[in-house]
Design a protein around this ligand. Structure first.
Ligand SMILES: Cc1cc2nc3c(=O)[nH]c(=O)nc-3n(C[C@H](O)[C@H](O)[C@H](O)COP(=O)(O)OP(=O)(O)OC[C@H]3O[C@@H](n4cnc5c(N)ncnc54)[C@H](O)[C@@H]3O)c2cc1C
Ligand code: SF4
Length: 345
């Protein structure tokens, strides 16, 4: 059995207390929310901390609220420690942001979604076959760049780590142009979900030391009234497994049914959710038609470079980028598609 190392554990009930703990215990301090990513990582000695500060007793970080939006209808504000299961059960999220509801419902299994939070899902560590192993396994082949080593086993000549972003909500939130609020003592930053990530398997977040992700805001202009969305996910089994590929699509059509704006974002093929502007451009100015979708799907395939760091052969995953992108865009455009729909949980 893998055991956690010894560490100091704090459960503050206000953000101010959390900030004080983060400041006093830096640099060997980590935040935890549901712990479904951090605890296994600490057990396998990937991530280390002398002090862990839990956010789960800070009530102001929990809940789903409707807030005043602009002319496009109200926004939805989701506190960072809101459980994934509460998001899946929310009829407001399901009706107004159906593809986000589907992406959230696709995460792991019901027990995990009852522990895990949306903030934790966005900040999820990047993944790689050579990294998500026990300490003994990693030591036996020698550690890699991401943790204590000097070489990348996926691309031995590479000076950077190619571990992939495995969060399912991140590509969907990026596609619908959600924003996150990052707070530190006396400061508050609001950035887009896209800006939350670096394309680097080690330094994958742009969060600064001492900052806490407190809220995720979904704009009214991306709700189902204004925007058509789809989320498709490829994995070996229909549940529990992480994505080896996901495709998030958001389309805004004008009154005549022509695409005015599009966002296509891929998950699990880079160290961050990968936006594909060339795919989006292939759809803009078009009425729903399979020719435009196929052009966009080919652009998505060209942009994605799946690495040999997760399940399935890389070449096949590359092929699947095109097939899944095509199916997701067809779904968002109400066009028939050939792949069976992913299971709706
Ligand atoms: C068997 C299994 C299957 C899984 N399948 C999936 C899957 O299909 N899709 C998927 O996306 N994920 C999956 N996960 C990963 C993980 O469980 C989820 O991503 C979950 O949402 C993480 O949330 P958490 O609250 O438990 O995060 P935690 O483990 O508490 O935290 C994760 C990281 O985020 C940081 N953090 C947490 N909250 C904040 C905050 N508010 N501000 C700043 N930093 C913060 C922590 O310091 C930590 O580094 C799986 C995990 C397991 C064990
Ligand atoms: S991509 Fe390379 S450096 Fe990064 S975790 Fe995998 S083996 Fe390690």
């Amino acid at each position: 059995m893998l055991r956690l190392p010894a560490f100091e554990f704090h459960q503050p009930s206000t953000l101010e207390e959390a900030f004080a703990l983060l400041g006093s215990a830096a640099p060997s301090v980590r935040l935890v929310a549901g712990g479904t990513d951090l605890w296994p990582n600490m057990k396998r000695r990937h991530q280390k901390a002398e002090t862990v500060v839990s956010l789960m007793k800070i009530d102001e970080l929990r809940g789903i609220q409707t807030t005043n939006g602009n002319g496009n209808g109200p926004s939805l504000s989701i506190g960072a420690i809101t459980l994934l299961d509460d998001i899946v059960r929310s009829s407001e999220v399901r009706e107004r942001f159906p593809a986000l509801s589907r992406a959230t419902a696709s995460i792991s299994s019901p027990p995990l979604r009852n522990m895990a939070t949306l903030g934790g899902n966005l900040c999820l560590d990047t993944r790689c076959t050579y990294y998500n192993q026990t300490e003994e396994w990693r030591r036996s082949i020698d550690y890699c760049l991401k943790e204590e080593g000097t070489v990348c086993w996926v691309a031995p000549g590479s000076p950077t780590c190619w571990a992939h972003s495995a969060s399912d909500t991140a590509p969907m939130l990026a596609a619908i142009e959600a924003t996150v609020v990052l707070q530190s003592p006396g400061e508050l930053r609001e950035i887009s979900v896209s800006e939350l990530f670096h394309n680097d398997g080690i330094e994958y977040l742009t969060i600064q030391p001492g900052e806490v992700l407190t809220r995720i805001d979904l704009p009214g202009s991306s709700s189902a009234k204004h925007c058509r969305t789809a989320f498709w996910k490829l994995r070996r089994r229909g549940s529990i497994d992480f994505a080896v590929l996901s495709v998030a699509v958001a389309l805004w059509l004008d009154g005549a049914g022509t695409v005015e704006k599009a966002n296509i974002v891929l998950g699990a093929v880079a160290s961050r959710p990968l936006a594909v502007p060339n795919a989006a451009r292939a759809l803009v100015g078009q009425k729903p038609n399979i020719g435009a979708v196929r052009n966009a799907a080919r652009a998505a395939r060209r942009a994605a470079t799946p690495m040999d760091n997760t399940d399935f052969k890389t070449q096949w995953r590359g092929l699947m980028v095109e097939r899944y992108a095509e199916a997701a865009m067809c779904e968002a455009m109400d066009l028939p598609h050939q792949l069976p729909s992913p299971p709706h949980v």
